[in-house]
Design a protein around this ligand. Sequence first.
Ligand code: SF4
Ligand code: SF4
Length: 292
Amino acid sequence: HQSSNKLTQETLAKMKKHPCYSADAQHQHARMHLPVAPRCNIGCNYCNRKYDCLHESRPGVTSEVLTPAAARQKYLIVKEKIENLSVVGIAGPGDALADWANTQKTIQEIQACDPEVIFCLSTNGLLLPEYAAEIVALGLKHVTVTLNTLEPETGARIYKYVNYRGKRYEGAEGAAILLKNQLAGIAYLAGQGVAVKVNIVMIPDINDREIPAIVKKAKELGAFITNIMPLIPAPGSAFQDYPQTSMTDINNMRKACQADLQQMTHCRQCRADAIGFLGDDRSLEFRGCSKL
Ligand code: SF4
Ligand code: SF4
């Protein structure tokens, strides 16, 4: 597979040490998520905000929320204990951009003590037009955007509301704003040499038939990889009675889309405070370790 030719040598070198972007790196390089962004600006029907953002994680106990100062302290503590810590990600527990001030400050504080660390963040994309330039200015080379549909009518079935610039939008109107911002944000980031991963939550009978078109669009916008994920409905969410998407269906869809764009096959849908190697979470060991 040819990656987008906008990716610089620097991005490609960093990618080799990122366990999520390089399957080969997953056993050698550890990552930690810092849960500094608790708020969210949209309402996904599969989400219950008692849990971490489901774009990146599965329903479970909510991660602890840290201030940027506490996050920096936790990073330093974890780095002492885990040798191959190469990536720090911000994946909620809400949306990394809905709490941009916290996300940005956390990244800057850690960069100040460790310029080598690789950062990534995940977002629903609503605020990318506002912050994508700042993300690039911070030197980030890995951003995940969740893009579940290209149709506002389908979006109306996935998103209850979209809070944008102080106004609440519902139905297809809200979904259209979200979609426009996601597409513009992905194209901008890819054009700036950022390796964009597009997450797609596969929801049977809602967006499953659209997925090949979403993958094609992601490729056209310059995304590096797509990550087709199962719907794991959170208890208490609007989709709580929906069946979880089977891994057979996910794998078949990944296979069908692989011809268009590289597919991620080893995502573990980690917690917002996950620590360690993929599939070997040590988050509990470090819970509450920062005293700030
Ligand atoms: Fe929940 Fe994440 Fe959707 Fe926000 S973006 S509603 S935190 S799943
Ligand atoms: Fe990587 Fe997936 Fe875990 Fe994010 S949720 S850190 S992409 S394995």
